[in-house]
Design a binder for this molecule. Sequence first.
Ligand SMILES: [Zn+2]
Length: 402
Amino acid sequence: MVNENPVAGKPVEIHSPEDHCSFCASRYFETPPEKARLVRQGDRWERQDTLSAERYFESTAEFRRTGNMFEIVTLDYWRKNYGYKMTGARQRWKEEYLSTPGGMKHILDIVRYKLLQEGKGEEYVGKLSQAEKLAVAEAFFGGAHEMIIAKRHFRDGAATDADLFSSGDLTETEHFWYFRLTIDAIQDIILANRYVRYISVFQNWLRPAGASFDHLHKQLVSLDEWGASIQNQIGMVREDPNVFNQLGVNFAAHHNLVFAENDHAIAYAGIGHRYPTIEIYSRSAAGRPQEHSDDEVRGISNLVHAIHAAMGNQISCNEEWYYTPFDAVYKMPWHVLIKWRVNVPAGFEGGTSIFINPMTPVELRDRIVPRLYRLRDEGKISWLKIAEECHVDPNPLKYYLR
Ligand SMILES: [Zn+2]
């Protein structure tokens, strides 16, 4: 029932630099313009913002932040509903970017690509004036649906198309910077668009989990509402401020489902989900990722990374972030769910609304734990308490403290 090991992959020829999809390192011009990239020099990591097109290939990006070419919530939506106007900084970036030949070419090329993908046809695109094409490009600069793209497509020494580079293939340090850049994006989006009330942050890994590219990336979709799930969770916190401890970690601990913890985060096998789900909670008093210290971010990042590493690259999954909305007065803890998309709801579920999760939380825990021990023994993940080593004091999440 659990389809973890796919059929053997097809052989692939690996190129250096990689050019296997539009997110690959030799194809920087196939995404919207870069809002930021992280570059590494030895042990030093540096963020470079809004490079000109001419400078894209002067360095290798460990992670890149760009707009999403096909927005779920569009720039037009923000304009029509709120009279949104691009900030001065975004406007200046757009003008500077378009002022170089490379920048102008890049933008006109991807506008063309986007319109063709949307089924507009060569003839329609050919008739558009430059000004009309640049109007389409506004969203690349002023939009609030973004992507964080990792550098690698395949693992070192990949032989087949099953050797994809997953979150668990990053080092802990790289994974921290992946989180850091994502959190920087959250911060920047809310500064650039004051109508945003929540940003849905997620990572779809492999096609069954909804990924359109087999190349590691996260997405940030900005919303003018919290969405039903956050609404429910905030409702629960209003009823019982300690609910995430009481019905979450404390409850999981009593059922021996907590299987990993470090100073800043705690992980357990979740109960009551449609898919096998691992829940990782920040222990911080802060309720939003951008309010966490670097050490706290590192703590939760390490635990999320350890779980991806334990899962390997063959389980399709959604990584979903939840945290206190920007305009909420009730605080909930930042937490990350990793849902294994190993079962496909079908006619039975559709007809009955009875959802069969193929793996019990105990089975899920027992799948992960031996792999965590092995990774720790091999020195691939940093120190954390595993399984019976976890002490789990009552109420380990401190979000409810002022
Ligand atoms: Zn790629």
